[in-house]
Design a binder for this molecule. Structure first.
Ligand SMILES: *[C@@H]1O[C@H](CO)[C@@H](O)[C@H](O)[C@H]1NC(C)=O
Ligand SMILES: *[C@@H]1O[C@H](CO)[C@@H](O)[C@H](O)[C@H]1NC(C)=O
Ligand SMILES: *[C@@H]1O[C@H](CO)[C@@H](O)[C@H](O)[C@H]1NC(C)=O
Ligand SMILES: *[C@@H]1O[C@H](CO)[C@@H](O)[C@H](O)[C@H]1NC(C)=O
Length: 424
């Protein structure tokens, strides 16, 4: 049976990589971080230790995040923290931050700024660039740069807004996994001469316990058993920066894939092709996000999509019921006899990402299941650009994703549940 061997193989793989890295502490092969889902925000987080003495921080996982930033508040002081001085080699910013003390992380003089961006907040926040020990599972890693922001010292004009807005209550920062030079996968790969890639498998519930974020060597052919189900598509670089701070001529650090067509029950959605591609200003395209819980389609993609989905659902005699915000297409679950209409994304390279029922539907209450895809509107949020499709957390759960930046490819499994496997 395929299923059980998949789980065992996956489990053993993580273990063997882990013990390898323990044996040769000087030359680790990979770094493994646990992933948990927060039931109230439906976002995902991991845990790392920082500083001396080691303090554990839960950090929200953001595929678009520039760096790792954490709240080094009044109560936090680390004796091993080294602020990066303005004008030094590792400071690429021309600005400079000062503080009159008492000195501690988050209050140092002549310090290089670093972003502390949260796309769910209203303001753009900035912290200090610093170096400290970061504990990834049991490994103590030195020389990594991160951004620390003392939220207790924020100027009063920020009012109710905080860099932590919208993030799981249990988290105190963000771990960014983007292409940026300061993201954790980039720094770990470069520093340890590891292949520049990482894998991600988001759990669909908390009960499943921990699943892994794996940075570095995932083995020659990572998931031999899984490879039967794994498909590959190019990762696209949006040439226009898509972050909260747009810098001319600097490409986006986010992960885009090229969705050519959207299909509902095998029928191609009638869209102007230009709606799905990236234009000169960086608008359009399909990106992957772990900081929004549900896939957002820009209105002009959403409208025909929802119309087709409702039509196909009605053809299947699925009974529509009153909408439950933020969802529009909600159904009486007992009327879903076989399955809901099938949704496929046709990608560059001719491969297809099938969004299976578990990733499509959300059980919102007893007997009501809604299509977990929402109208993303037309206006960009915390960015100067607007993607056509932003694939969100629910649609990624129990999908194994391997981001290979060296070869600029994304491998994805579609739902492992179909194969009786899951992320955990
Ligand atoms: C933080 O710790 C450092 C050294 O460990 C110490 O010199 C400094 O005074 C401390 N700062 C505060 C605000 O307690
Ligand atoms: C901070 O740095 C500035 C410029 O380098 C210096 O004039 C000032 O005295 C420093 N403040 C403290 C508290 O060390
Ligand atoms: C990132 O690092 C590469 C190689 O070290 C360098 O060429 C590039 O300029 C850096 N990019 C930024 C934005 O600092
Ligand atoms: C998955 O498990 C279920 C019940 O345990 C079984 O009926 C089904 O055939 C299995 N599917 C696969 C693909 O192994």
């Amino acid at each position: 049976m395929v299923s059980s061997s998949v789980i065992i193989h996956f489990f053993l793989l993580s273990l063997s990589l882990f013990s390898l890295s323990c044996l040769s502490a000087s030359q680790p092969h990979s770094f493994i971080l646990p992933i948990k889902k927060d039931p109230s925000t439906n976002l995902f987080y991991t845990s790392v230790g920082i500083g001396t003495p080691r303090t554990n921080f839960n950090l929200a996982i953001d595929l678009a995040g520039e760096n790792l930033w954490y709240d080094c508040n009044t109560h936090y002081n680390s004796s091993s923290y080294i602020p990066i001085a303005c004008g030094s080699e590792r400071c690429s910013d021309v600005a400079c931050i000062g503080c009159n003390g008492p000195f501690k992380p988050g209050c140092t003089n002549n310090t290089c700024p670093a972003t502390a961006t949260n796309s769910l907040a209203k303001f753009i926040f900035g912290g200090d660039l610093g170096e400290d020990f970061i504990f990834i599972s049991q490994q103590k890693v030195s020389g990594l740069l991160s951004s620390c922001i003392d939220i207790d010292r924020l100027p009063s004009f920020t009012g109710e807004d905080s860099p932590l807005n919208g993030l799981p209550k249990i988290t105190k920062g963000i771990i960014g996994l983007s292409r940026s030079n300061l993201s954790l996968p980039t720094q770990l790969a470069l520093k340890n001469k590891l292949p520049h890639k990482f894998s991600l498998c988001l759990p669909s519930s908390n009960k499943q316990g921990f699943t892994n974020l794996l940075v570095g060597s995932i083995g020659g052919d990572p998931f031999k058993e899984l490879s039967k189900f794994v498909q590959t598509t190019p990762l696209i670089v949006n040439p226009v920066s898509t972050g909260a701070v747009s810098v001319q001529g600097v490409p986006s650090v986010e992960y885009f894939i090229d969705v050519k067509e959207v299909k509902v029950d095998g029928n191609v959605l009638n869209l102007k092709p230009s709606l799905l591609s990236i234009d000169k200003k960086g608008n359009g395209g399909t990106k992957i996000s772990t900081i929004i819980p549900f896939t957002e389609l820009q209105s002009s993609v959403y409208k025909p999509f929802i119309r087709d989905f409702l039509k196909k659902a009605s053809d299947r005699k699925i009974k529509r019921v009153e909408s439950v915000a933020p969802f529009e297409a909600c159904f009486d679950s007992s009327s879903i006899k076989n399955s809901v209409p099938r949704v496929d994304l046709v990608l560059q390279g001719g491969v297809q990402w099938t969004i299976h029922e578990a990733n499509l539907m959300v059980n919102v209450k007893k007997n009501v299941a809604c299509l977990g895809i929402v109208d993303g509107g037309t206006e960009p949020r915390m960015s100067f650009t607007k993607a056509s499709i932003v694939i969100g957390g629910h649609q990624l759960e129990d999908n194994l994703l391997v981001f290979d930046l060296a070869s600029s490819k994304l491998s994805f499994s579609s739902s492992l549940l179909v194969h009786n496997a899951s992320c955990s």
